[in-house]
Design a protein around this ligand. Structure first.
Ligand code: URA
Length: 210
C-alpha cells in the first residue's frame, strides 16, 4: 500500500466512525461525531509539529517549557464537506490560518471543476493540512494539492475520514510527498464514484440536504 498513508485505528475513532456509517444516524449526531473524529485525526497529523521552548514561571519555579515553533499552520477545507472537519480542527488549533478550495465533481466525468479558491498568503514552509472527509477518486484532492503547490505550499498533509484504495493510489501517484491520515480505507468505489461500504454523501449527511 501507499507508504505515506496512516490509518488511525484507535478504538474511539473506529467506534465513532461506525456510528457515522449507520444510515439511521441523525444529522446533528453525524456532525458532532465528525467534529470529534476530526480532533482525534488532528492529534495524529500534528504529531511532528516543530517545537521550541519558552522560559516561564510556574507557581513553584522557572522552567523552559515546550511550545509550538515556526509558522502557524494552515487548514484548507475542500468545500463543502471539508468544513465538517475544519470546525473540529480549528477548535484544537484556534490560531491556524484558514483557506477554502471550491471544487465540485462533474457527475459524468467525475473530474473536479474549480469555482472558488482563497488561501492564506505565504504558504511556503507552513504546514498546510488539506481537509476533505471523503478521498474517493482522488481527483479533487489531487487538484486541490496542485493549486496549493502552485501557491507556494511545500509541506502539505491530507486529512480525510474515509478513503477508497483508488483515491489513495491517485494521490500517491500525483503527490507522493503528501502524507494522508484517515480513519479507514474502504473496499472500493461504485460506478457513481461513491465509497463502498462508505457512509453515503458526507455533505448531505452533514448538512441534512439531498
Ligand atoms: N463523496 C462523498 O460524500 N461520498 C462518497 O462516498 C464519495 C465522495
Amino acid at each position: 500500500m501507499y507508504e505515506h498513508l496512516t490509518v488511525v485505528k484507535h478504538p474511539l475513532v473506529q467506534h465513532k466512525l461506525t456510528l457515522m456509517r449507520d444510515k439511521d444516524t441523525p444529522t446533528a449526531v453525524f456532525r458532532q461525531l465528525l467534529r470529534e473524529i476530526s480532533q482525534l485525526l488532528a492529534y495524529e497529523i500534528t504529531r511532528e509539529l516543530e517545537m521550541t521552548t519558552r522560559r516561564i514561571e510556574t507557581p513553584l519555579c522557572e522552567m523552559d517549557a515546550p511550545v509550538l515553533a515556526g509558522k502557524k499552520l494552515a487548514l484548507v477545507s475542500i468545500l463543502r464537506a471539508g468544513n465538517g472537519l475544519l470546525d473540529g480542527v480549528l477548535e484544537l488549533v484556534p490560531s491556524a490560518r484558514v483557506g477554502y478550495v471550491g471544487l465540485y465533481r462533474d457527475e459524468k466525468t467525475l473530474q473536479p471543476v474549480q469555482y472558488y479558491y482563497k488561501v492564506p498568503t505565504d504558504l511556503k514552509d507552513r504546514l498546510v493540512i488539506v481537509l476533505d472527509p471523503m478521498l474517493a477518486t482522488g481527483n479533487s484532492s489531487a487538484a486541490a494539492v496542485d493549486l496549493l503547490k502552485a501557491s507556494g505550499a511545500n509541506n502539505i498533509r491530507f486529512m480525510c475520514l474515509l478513503a477508497a484504495p483508488e483515491g489513495v493510489a491517485r494521490m500517491g501517484q500525483a503527490h507522493p510527498d503528501v502524507p494522508i491520515v484517515t480513519a479507514a480505507v474502504d473496499e472500493c468505489l461504485n460506478e457513481h464514484g461513491y465509497i463502498v461500504p462508505g457512509l453515503g454523501d458526507a455533505g448531505d449527511r452533514m448538512f441534512g440536504t439531498r
